[in-house]
Design a protein around this ligand. Structure first.
Ligand code: SF4
Ligand code: NI
Ligand code: NI
Length: 707
């Protein structure tokens, strides 16, 4: 048999199975029975991406099988093999979709099955920043549990997102390894068809971020090949079905590395007999470069541990700024005042703290450098959260004087101590901010009296001063804005214009962040944009901003406004925290955020609304934005501003209430504005919402229609 014959036979097997499964499902449920995956606006994503047609019921699926069949040509040619691979993938998608009929939850812990659109949107930023340098798909059973676990851990330590299919799932469970999206190891499912759930992520990335037209299969495959850094590790023995799936992966540009003695195709199907070399071979095949941060601590340090949670029962000690005096602070010093890499602990070490106790901690990172500016202090400080979280067995939330840190028993038993937090902060700051930080010294206080002094006499006055500076930082008070094009890795024509009062839509890039990024890397993603030639102050349009946007989008965007959702609105990539859309009955807008899974009065959920915009195109009436922007005086200023906000999920409303109410008071003299804004406990449909708004006398009702 040739390799082609193996692929064809695997494809035929899966196709026959699928035909039978669809026929059985129709016999049991009727052809009108709805079929979809949960929490996606692109159901069924792979078939939709490849053909441009949405399958909504079993009858559609039956018809789609003919389209799939038409891909299954049988010449001994590369293209025929690829298309049979794609056909196999589509069949797998159908089989998996059938499992979800009637809202069933076919996957149980630890397996995930289908992944929601929101998960993909969350992956946007870490993928573009290289924080997640690649995506590994591991399929089958490793020769031994030890080899399997070692392979998974090797990727995890590099920050690579690992998805597991088949026997490897039981192997890592047997070894007691923690899995889950929060540690970047995602068991998909034990059937080989569950591999489609990661393919679906790649396809949706192209639709969400890449503005690829559904049905443009060539553009889709070019996108996944160039921009989704995925690869497959398939353990021996391979059967024809796995080989056919592999052909599908290769068609999308994902190389397959296997330890089976089989045919090899340069750069695509690679035989590597030694499983311990899978990692190196895979990275080389996909051309993935890993940023190495070597830090001298007794536990692992990798971005994969960022989402790790330490439960009360697993913790050795905790530091809690909400209960005792804590703080974290960056101070700019003169070079002569500090000693590089000096790390001092003032007060007891973890050994002297009671098991499970709450303690004080204050870490002060003093930096010096010719290019250092006090404006960069909060930018550096905010990164502490990521740095400390990347330590295996250490957990961090909050910031400033309200942070909380937990050290697990495992980390403590491995030898992790307070001083290692200093090592991590030192190495990370020096590594990331080398353009502005020449010298760095870390002092960690655990002595309660010292913590109280540091917090109240040093940190809080510094924070107050910074807040006063931020409050004075308006779009009018600065001379320049900044562009951010980080997301172009996935959204090739998207440009964020970042101003003091409008942060990047991902919520992660403020004007100060962009300024620091520009200073750190003048040719990097953030460029200075002047604002000297206004065209229309009302919508915030400038000739110089337009020129910059046109250049940075390679001509895709001609003009953009900063303050309007209707006229020349800013584009979205896909990783926005919130999406806002107009609500015609009230002349207002509804906002929803990624975390909110429920319905909005617009009749759409977050993923559905989010799919209305993205890919770097302008869509009047819809705007992706950061949470922080909601309370800005520049939020939709051209259409009347925050007075237009009529609905938000309750949790989001609570999060932004203080700032939003302050803005409403200042701009319009309204007290407790958020009391007038609906949420899911009040209304999920426009009629009920309108009643509520009328009762409250919401100002939007008296405003001009936006359309
Ligand atoms: Fe992407 Fe805009 Fe955030 Fe930059 S500011 S990372 S371009 S969303
Ligand atoms: Ni951690
Ligand atoms: Ni983005």
């Amino acid at each position: 048999m040739t390799l082609f014959d193996v692929i064809f036979s695997g494809n035929d097997t899966v196709y026959d199975l699928t035909v039978k499964a669809v026929d059985d499902a129709i016999a049991a449920n009727g052809a009108d029975k709805a079929v979809s995956f949960p929490h996606t606006a692109y159901s069924l994503p792979c078939y939709y991406g490849v053909t441009g047609t949405k399958i909504t019921n079993l009858g559609d699926m039956k018809n789609a099988l003919d389209v799939v069949k038409s891909l299954m040509t049988r010449e001994q040619k590369l293209n025929d093999a690829f298309m049979s691979g794609v056909a196999t993938a589509l069949c797998a998608e159908f089989i998996e979709a059938l499992k979800y009929i009637d809202g069933a939850a076919p996957y149980e812990e630890p397996c995930y099955g289908h992944l929601a659109d929101a998960v993909i949107r969350e992956l946007g930023v870490p993928l573009v920043t290289g924080d997640i340098p690649g995506v590994a798909v591991i399929l089958g059973s490793a020769p031994s549990v030890e080899e399997g676990v070692a392979l998974v851990k090797s990727y995890q330590a590099q920050g690579i997102l690992v998805t597991l299919v088949g026997g490897i799932i039981d192997q890592v469970a047997e070894a007691g390894m923690k899995t889950g999206a929060n540690v970047r190891v995602i068991p998909l499912g034990k059937d080989v068809t569950s591999v489609i759930h990661v393919v679906s992520v790649a396809v949706r990335a192209a639709l969400i971020f890449g503005n690829v037209t559904p049905g443009d299969a060539a553009a889709l495959m070019e996108y996944t090949m160039k921009r989704v850094p995925a690869f497959v590790n398939a353990f021996a023995p391979l059967d024809p079905v796995i080989v056919a799936c592999g052909a599908g992966a290769i068609a999308l540009g994902f190389p397959v590395i296997t330890n089976e003695e089989t045919f090899s195709v340069p750069k695509s199907l690679i035989v590597q007999k030694d499983v311990s070399k899978f990692n190196a071979t895979s990275l080389e095949a996909r051309d993935i470069k890993i940023k190495i941060t070597n830090i001298d601590i007794p536990v692992a340090f990798a971005s994969a541990f960022e989402g790790e949670i330490i439960r009360r029962g697993d913790m050795q000690v905790e530091f809690d700024g909400s209960r005792v005096d804590c703080c974290e602070l960056v101070q700019t010093m003169d070079a002569s005042e500090i000693e590089d890499h000096k790390i001092t602990v003032v007060g007891p070490e973890v050994d002297e703290m009671e098991l499970g106790s709450k303690n004080s901690i204050a870490y002060v990172v003093q930096v010096a450098g010719k290019n250092m500016q006090p404006d960069f202090e909060p930018v550096i400080e905010r990164k502490f959260h990521n740095y400390i979280n990347c330590i295996e067995g250490v957990y961090h939330t909050g910031q400033r004087d309200m942070q909380r840190v937990r050290i697990s028993k495992d980390a403590f038993n491995a030898g992790f101590r307070i001083k290692h937090i200093g090592e991590v902060l030192y190495a990370s700051v020096k590594n990331e901010f080398d353009a502005v930080v020449d010298k760095c010294q870390v002092t960690i206080y655990t002595d309660p009296a010292e913590c109280t002094r540091m917090r109240h006499e040093v940190a809080i006055p510094t924070f107050d001063k910074r807040d006063a500076r931020l409050a004075n930082l308006t779009d009018e008070s600065v001379d320049v804005y900044y562009s951010c094009i980080l997301c172009q890795a996935f959204s090739p024509s998207h440009v964020c214009v970042v101003t003091p009062e409008r942060l990047g839509l991902c919520g992660a890039v403020s004007w100060l962040d962009a300024k620091a990024t520009n200073q750190l890397d003048p040719n990097g993603p953030c460029q200075v944009i002047t604002k000297e030639r206004p065209i229309d102050e009302r919508i915030g349009e400038y000739e110089d901003v337009n020129e910059a946007v046109k250049k940075l989008s390679q001509g895709a965007l001609e003009d953009v406004s900063l303050y309007s959702i209707m006229e020349k609105p800013m584009t979205s990539c896909g990783c926005f925290e919130c999406i806002c859309g107009i609500e015609p009955f009230s002349n207002g807008v509804c906002i929803t955020n990624r975390e909110y899974a429920g319905m909005t009065p617009l009749g759409m959920t977050f993923p559905e609304l989010a799919s209305m915009t993205g890919g770097g195109v302008q869509t009047p009436g819809f705007m992706g934005h950061g949470k922080h922007f909601i309370a800005s005086k520049k939020f939709m200023k051209a259409e009347g501003g925050i007075e237009r906000i009529v609905w938000m999920p309750k949790a989001l409303k609570e999060q932004v209430a203080d700032r939003l109410n302050a803005t409403a008071k200042e701009l319009y003299g309204i007290d407790n504005f958020t009391d007038m804004i609906g949420d899911e406990t009040i209304a999920e449909d426009p009629e009920t919402l309108l009643e509520f708004l009328t009762e409250k006398g919401h100002p939007a009702l008296g405003m001009d229609p936006m359309m």
